[in-house]
Design a protein around this ligand. Structure first.
Ligand code: HEC
Length: 210
């Protein structure tokens, strides 16, 4: 018999319930101390020394990798709205675009794209269309008559794509700045020569009956 007596009542009662003073079962203690050791290890690995990524960071990394792989696949099929949108979801690409924007575009579009000489890029209205390919075309070909250079020649295709990816992230941030110009993105591009409004005075004459 061990020095610790088992099944011995402690001699008090709470609401009629009496207690033994037995040792805790080993399996229970094992779980308790095991959890404490695990928690210390977890804290050191994930928080103190950041040896491993937390699930959120791991998820983000996997998403970026998946996006990059998909972008590489899409690049073979030429530039599309989707491939530019995808680029705008890859932080490294956007960051390069941000630096290009800071170098070449802020003088006219301001630090957050809110517009100065050039239009506000953060509102929902676009003079030359707000779909990714529209923006890509405006940046590549420019609007020389209005003072917007054709950046395609100066920056080359890759850098134009990156700066466009960055412009896509400005979209809808609605930074107060230059008043909106153009038409909402959702609207179809305005036809070159707007058709005259259909004038059909249906009732005049036909229905007029003395
Ligand atoms: C010298 C001034 C200037 C610089 C620098 C400049 N832009 Fe512009 N940008 C303009 C002007 C002016 C317009 C408006 C053109 C118009 O009215 O048709 C414009 C229009 C645009 C548009 C179309 C906006 C719309 O509403 O459709 C985009 C997109 C754009 N610029 C992106 C850029 C990017 C990206 C850069 C840098 C690589 C850049 N711009 C550099 C002056 C500039």
């Amino acid at each position: 018999m061990s020095e610790h007596k088992t099944d011995e009542l402690r001699g008090h009662a709470y609401d009629g319930i009496e207690e033994y003073d037995n040792k805790l079962p080993n399996w229970w203690l094992f779980i308790l101390y095991g959890s404490i050791v695990f928690a210390v290890g977890y804290w050191l690995v994930f928080h103190t020394f950041s040896i491993a990524d937390l699930p959120r960071a791991r998820y983000d990394k996997e998403m970026v990798k998946a996006n990059e792989e998909q972008l590489a696949r899409m690049a073979k099929q030429g530039l599309t709205d989707e491939s530019l949108t995808l680029m705008a979801a890859i932080p490294a690409q956007v960051e390069e675009g941000r630096q290009l924007f800071a170098t070449y575009c802020v003088v006219c579009h301001a630090d957050r794209g809110q517009g100065l000489v050039g239009p506000n890029l953060t509102d929902g209205l676009w003079i030359h269309g707000g779909r990714p390919l529209d923006i890509h075309k405006t940046v590549t070909d420019g609007v020389p008559s209005k003072g917007m250079a054709a950046w395609g020649r100066q920056l080359g295709p890759t850098r134009v794509q990156k700066v466009v990816a960055y412009v896509l992230t400005l979209k809808g941030t609605e930074v107060p700045g230059k008043a909106p110009e153009g038409v909402p993105e959702a609207a179809p591009a305005p036809p070159a020569a707007a058709a005259p409004p259909a004038a059909a005075p249906a009732t005049a004459g036909a229905a007029g009956n003395g």
